[in-house]
Design a protein around this ligand. Structure first.
Ligand SMILES: [Zn+2]
Length: 350
C-alpha cells in the first residue's frame, strides 16, 4: 500500500492515478498479528509509478481497480449467481458469442477475450485461459453456477463485455428473443389482426440447432410458431408455422367454401394461405367435395341448362376456370377427351 508521508507528495497525487505499492507491514502473520504499525514505520520511500492514459494495460488495470472499489463500496449487495450469469449470456448473445439455448461459441469467445487481454496481462492477474481445458475459468462463469468464482474473473469478463461493474449490475438479465409484448394476432380474419393482442408466448429450446421457437396463441384460437430470435421489428408479423387455425378462421373457411360465387383463389387470398392449404383444411373439416359450384344449386332443382355467358357473373367463370385448371394440373398425362367425359359438369359448363 502507498501512504505518502509528505504533504507535497499528497498534493502531487490529487487527481492522478498511480500504482499501489507494498508497505513493510505484514498483512497476516503470527508474529505481527497484534502489532500496530504506524504509517511512518511501514511506508518506504518509493518513487511514484504513474499510470499512463495511453497505455492500454494501465487503463485495463485502472478499470479493474475502479470496479473493485465500486463493489467494495456497495452495502448489502447481493447480485445473485444466476442473474449474473443471465446478464453474461444476454451480452454474449448480442455479440454473437452465445445462442439463446445458452450455448457458448467457445473458440470465438476465447479468441476475442485474448484479443482484449494480452497473455502477459492475464498471467499477471493469474487469469490465464487454458484453451485445452473445458473447465477453464472463463467457461466456468458460463455454466449453471454451483458456487461462486473469484471476483477478479467476473471483473475481467465484465470489462471485456464493455461494461463497468456499476452499469453491468444495473442491466436486466432477462433474455428477450422476441422483443417486448404484446404480440399481434396474425389471423387475417380475426378482429385483432396485426394488433398487439397476445400477452405471452411459450418458448421451446431446440437442442439440435440451439435456437428457440415461440408459440403465440390469440383468443380467436389462431396459433402460430416462429423460430427466433427476431432480427427486426417486422419479424413480429412473420408466421413461421400455423399450429392451430382456430374457430374464427375455420368458420370463415366454411362460409366461403359453401359460397358458390367465391373462387378457390379468392378463398386462399382472403385467408392468406395457398389453395392446397384451403383444400386440406376443408377436407379436415369434412366440408363438401367438390365444393358447391354455380351449377350445383341448379342441379338440385332439376335445371340443367347453363345460363348464357353474358348473364354469368365473372366470379362464376373464374370459379369454373380455376376448377378446370386444377383438374388439368392433377392429370398432366390425361387427354382432353378423357378429362371432359370424367369431369363433364365443369367442362360442359365452360
Ligand atoms: Zn386472433
Amino acid at each position: 500500500m502507498q501512504y505518502p508521508s509528505q504533504k507535497s507528495a499528497m498534493k502531487k497525487l490529487l487527481g492522478k492515478n498511480v500504482f499501489l505499492e507494498n508497505s513493510t507491514a505484514h498483512g497476516r502473520s503470527r508474529q505481527t498479528r497484534y502489532k500496530l504499525a504506524s504509517i511512518e514505520q511501514a511506508v518506504q520511500a518509493v518513487s511514484l509509478r504513474m499510470l499512463s492514459s495511453s497505455n492500454s494495460v494501465h487503463q485495463i488495470l485502472l478499470k479493474i481497480a475502479q470496479d473493485a472499489a465500486w463493489l467494495l463500496a456497495q452495502e448489502n449487495f447481493l447480485p445473485g449467481l444466476e442473474s449474473t450469469r443471465d446478464r453474461y449470456f444476454k451480452l454474449l448473445i448480442d455479440r454473437g458469442l452465445a445462442s439463446y439455448a445458452e450455448q457458448v461459441r467457445v473458440n470465438p469467445l476465447i479468441e476475442a477475450f485474448k484479443d482484449y487481454y494480452s497473455p502477459e496481462l492475464l498471467k499477471l492477474l493469474q487469469g490465464e485461459i487454458r484453451e485445452q481445458n473445458n473447465s477453464n475459468w472463463l467457461l466456468r462463469l458460463m455454466r449453471p453456477p454451483k458456487h461462486s468464482q473469484h471476483p477478479l474473473y467476473h471483473l475481467l469478463l465484465i470489462q471485456f463485455l464493455s461494461y463497468s461493474a456499476r452499469e453491468f449490475f444495473q442491466l436486466s438479465g432477462e433474455l428477450k428473443p422476441f422483443g417486448d409484448g404484446s404480440w399481434p394476432c396474425l389471423n387475417p380474419v380475426c378482429i385483432h389482426f396485426r394488433q398487439p393482442q397476445i400477452q405471452e408466448y411459450t418458448l421451446k429450446r431446440d437442442r439440435s440447432h440451439g435456437r428457440m421457437t415461440a408459440t403465440f396463441c390469440c383468443e380467436c384460437g389462431f396459433t402460430y410458431a416462429r423460430l427466433g430470435p427476431d432480427q427486426s421489428p417486422d419479424d413480429r408479423f412473420r408466421v413461421g408455422k400455423v399450429t392451430a387455425w382456430g374457430q374464427v378462421w375455420e368458420d370463415f373457411l366454411k362460409q366461403l367454401w359453401e359460397d358458390s360465387t367465391v373462387s378457390l383463389e379468392q378463398i386462399a387470398n382472403r385467408l392468406s394461405v395457398d389453395r392446397q392449404t384451403v383444400k386440406r383444411q376443408a377436407a379436415r373439416l369434412g366440408l363438401t367435395f367438390p365444393r358447391p359450384s354455380p351449377t350445383w344449386k341448379q342441379t338440385q332443382i332439376g335445371e340443367t341448362t347453363p345460363p348464357k355467358t353474358d348473364e354469368v357473373n365473372s366470379v362464376q367463370v373464374e370459379a369454373y376456370r380455376e376448377e378446370w385448371l386444377e383438374i388439368l394440373r392433377q392429370n398432366p398425362d390425361a387427354g382432353r377427351a378423357q378429362l371432359s367425359s370424367q369431369h363433364s359438369r365443369v367442362h360442359s359448363w365452360l
